[in-house]
Design a protein around this ligand. Structure first.
Ligand SMILES: [Zn+2]
Length: 458
């Protein structure tokens, strides 16, 4: 960002990362075609979903996947409800129970958490793909990495840790300790890199100097990886973390527990995330309404759909991620051929204001872009009840002002006017003192339900 990127020309998997993308997709199509017949025998879910389809489809390219139905989160949910003694993971459990060596859970931020199974080969597949993301994001053998996700069972827990060890970095799993201990141990152990959610990286950035001073030790930290929630695409958030932690190496990463916990990572350009899981997962961009394939092209928008063609225990084919992305670029100075994206929101988060779709993230991004010097980067939209999607009156929005109370009063009106003119959305802003809204160490919800949350709203 502030410094000119220096491209290293180093790759985790040079062949797949630099092969023309159309060739990568052709190779993946072949792997998927070879996998499908056995998958339908092993998984009752796919026997049902693919009933009546050709036994061994000829897949010349990923476009051929359009003949297969999508898999929805509700399909996985229903499959998990069919759990039995032999199939504790439900009827998409495609291997015998004795072959399963690990369970991982989705975070459950949108409904009841789902749980996935891994065989020893799956663990290996995940570690390689995640290592590829960490390598793209600049982690190397010799780095000492503070892993700050505190929950081992979530996708960002043990699988991320395995990825760091696979790269050859030194894993320091400090997530879960009190912040003082994290900062102290990071300095004592000469930690050079950290991985945290965007919220926790911000939280740490705000306290870094104060707590660090007490340790009497200098910081060795020079690299930050954000994972587990979006936000690092936001220049204001990036700037805040860079200034607080005094570094410029800041890389966004992203994955999905339902498919593979980390699949996308930013390279030296720090301008959108490359797809790094090409060895085991195929990705499509589709129109979220009609489901038609959207070609990878600069500026294209769509929903990410994944096929995990090397996942044995709980595989997914054409899985609708509900993550909406915008393509930042299809060529990159780093030499990688995979598209680069930023996530613009999730289907689950989408609100409807007077018949028009609006992502809470778009509201947050606009507020931080325009008023980032006057408000805290934590803000939230308030719903009346959990299932509320439609707003026919102004959408309640809570922000924290970094200014004196007198100036804060004017701020509400300015934010409301900005969002009305830029997003055609009316919001009703409540300005709160800094530190009023709850900060989590894992993920901060951008949308909360009135009365069901700690914090300010009655
Ligand atoms: Zn790149």
């Amino acid at each position: 960002m502030t410094t000119r990127p220096r491209f290293t020309g180093e790759y985790w998997n040079a062949e797949l990362e630099t092969k023309p993308w159309a060739e990568v997709e052709r190779w993946q199509a072949g792997r998927i075609a070879a996998m499908l017949p056995a998958l339908r025998r092993r998984s009752s879910l796919y026997a049902r979903l693919h009933a009546g389809l050709a036994d061994a489809p000829a897949l010349g390219s990923l476009a051929g996947l359009a003949a297969l139905p999508f898999t929805l989160k509700d399909d996985l949910r229903a499959a998990q409800e069919r759990a039995s003694a032999e199939q504790p993971f439900g009827d998409n459990q495609a291997v015998p129970r004795a072959d399963i060596v690990q369970a991982i859970a989705s975070s459950g931020t949108t409904g009841a958490p789902l749980v996935y199974a891994l065989t020893a080969r799956d663990v290996d597949t995940l570690a390689d793909a995640i290592a590829n993301v960490w390598f793209t994001a600049g982690i190397r053998r010799g780095d000492i990495v503070a892993h700050l996700v505190g929950l081992p069972m979530v996708a960002g827990g043990l699988p991320y840790a395995d990825g760091f060890r696979r790269v050859g970095a030194t894993l320091c799993w400090l997530g879960g300790f009190p912040t003082e201990r994290i900062v102290r141990d990071m300095r004592r152990l000469r930690v050079s890199a950290l991985l945290a959610t965007t919220s926790f990286a911000l939280y740490l950035a705000d306290r870094w100097d104060d707590i660090g001073r007490d340790t009497g030790l200098p910081s060795s930290l020079s690299k930050v990886l954000g994972g587990g929630e979006p936000g690092l695409g936001q220049p204001e958030l990036r700037g805040r973390i860079e200034r607080g932690l005094r570094l410029t190496h800041l890389r966004e990463t992203m994955g999905l527990g339902d498919v593979l916990p980390s699949m996308w990572g930013e390279c030296e350009a720090q301008d959108g995330m490359h797809f790094n899981a090409q060895r085991s997962v195929a990705v499509e961009l589709v129109d979220p309404d009609g489901g038609a394939l959207v070609p990878w092209a600069d500026g294209a928008r769509g929903e990410l759909v994944y096929t995990a063609f090397a996942r044995d225990a709980t595989p997914v084919v054409r899985y609708r991620s509900r993550d909406h992305a915008q393509v930042v670029g299809v060529r990159c100075a780093c030499g990688r051929t995979s598209p680069r994206i930023r996530v613009i929101g999730r289907t689950d988060d989408m609100l409807i204001y007077k018949g028009m779709n609006v992502f809470p993230a778009a509201i947050r991004d606009r507020v931080l872009q325009r008023f980032g010097d006057r408000v805290e980067p934590i803000l939230r939209i308030v719903k009346d009840h959990k299932d509320q999607v439609r707003f026919d009156a102004a959408i309640p929005l809570e922000v924290e002002s970094r200014q004196h109370a007198a100036e804060a009063a004017a701020l509400a009106g300015e934010i409301e006017a900005e969002l009305r003119s830029q997003l055609q959305v009316r919001v009703a802003v409540t300005v709160l003192p800094p530190g009023t809204l709850p900060r989590g160490t894992y993920k901060n919800a951008l949308v909360a339900v009135r009365g069901a949350m700690p914090g300010a709203t009655p």
